[in-house]
Write a protein that binds this ligand. Structure first.
Ligand SMILES: [Zn+2]
Length: 287
């Protein structure tokens, strides 16, 4: 084996060790093994295990698609938070609201844990059960982990939805709540807003969401990347991301860096495509 190949193998082993080798959630899919670019680890999908030189699409929470499983960056960050913050257990009861990945992902999840995918109106996504977050048709303490990507902003009654989530999550369980954070303080949209489907947006959330999560009874940790915390500390608020969908300066100038917890460092954020930093905020709500 050449020196370069041996160094690459060592780098790969280190990467797998850091990613938590031995955790079945991180075992690469067979399709990803075939599709990966052998010696290229610049970009890695932590869901299917694909690695290569570039994602198919520019940096954005809704883009940077994995060429193998089709994950977009926010799918990977939510999965990352689950694998880094919640120990693995085959008997873990996981409810995912409106997952956007296809049957290959759902099949894998069903092999890993006791998995249920739900959806509300079944227009944009099809799921195993239909579920209204404001009136969850599940027994008390019947779920260990709720993965909820970009759903709560489409629910009119935040307080009621959080009360219901707290009811169905078992003691020591948690909700990993991912929502767009377009501004510093929570407010309804000034104009009618949709996110790529026909589900209306009722709330544009800000940092004060923490108060609502705590009022519902959760112990709350806000998960982000280290580059975001560093940038807030430097007061480097304007990198040109402000657009109708997000007010970067308003969001970051009102952030308290001491209230944020880093789950990915600079290198990991680049490798797994958690860029731009302000798009990756997950609220871990422990029961
Ligand atoms: Zn993938």
């Amino acid at each position: 084996m050449s020196l370069i190949a041996s160094a690459r193998n060592q780098a790969r082993r280190l990467l797998l060790a850091r990613a938590g080798a031995g955790d079945p959630r991180l075992t690469p899919w067979a399709a990803a093994r075939r599709a990966s670019e052998r010696d290229s680890l610049q970009r890695v999908c932590n869901i299917c295990g694909w690695h290569g030189a570039t994602f198919a699409g520019p940096p954005h929470s809704e883009m940077a698609n994995c060429p193998c499983c089709g994950s977009i960056a926010r799918d990977r960050f939510l999965y990352w938070c689950w694998t880094h913050r919640v120990p693995y257990g085959r008997s873990q009861r996981v409810l995912e609201t409106s997952p956007r990945l296809d049957d290959r992902y759902r099949k894998r999840m069903a092999e890993l844990v006791q998995y249920t995918a739900s959806d509300y109106d079944e227009s944009a996504h099809k799921a195993m059960i239909k579920l209204d977050l404001q009136d969850i048709a599940l027994p008390d303490s019947s779920v260990d982990v709720v993965l909820t990507p970009h759903v709560l902003e489409h629910v009119p009654g935040t307080e009621q939805a959080l009360r219901e989530l707290h009811r169905v999550v078992a003691p020591n369980g948690c909700v990993l709540l991912m929502i767009p954070m377009p501004q510093g303080r929570t407010a309804p949209p000034k104009e009618t807003e949709y996110h790529g489907d026909n589900t209306l947006v009722y709330w544009r959330f800000g940092w004060d969401l923490r108060d609502q999560l705590e009022a519902a009874g959760f112990d709350v940790t806000c998960l982000v990347t280290q580059p975001l915390i560093d940038r807030i500390r430097r007061k480097d608020f304007d990198t040109g991301w402000t657009a109708p969908d997000i007010d970067e300066v308003d969001l970051l100038s009102q952030a308290d860096p001491d209230s944020l917890t880093a789950v990915a460092d600079d290198r990991e954020a680049r490798r797994y495509g958690f860029e731009p930093d302000l798009h990756f905020i997950v609220w871990q709500c422990n029961r």
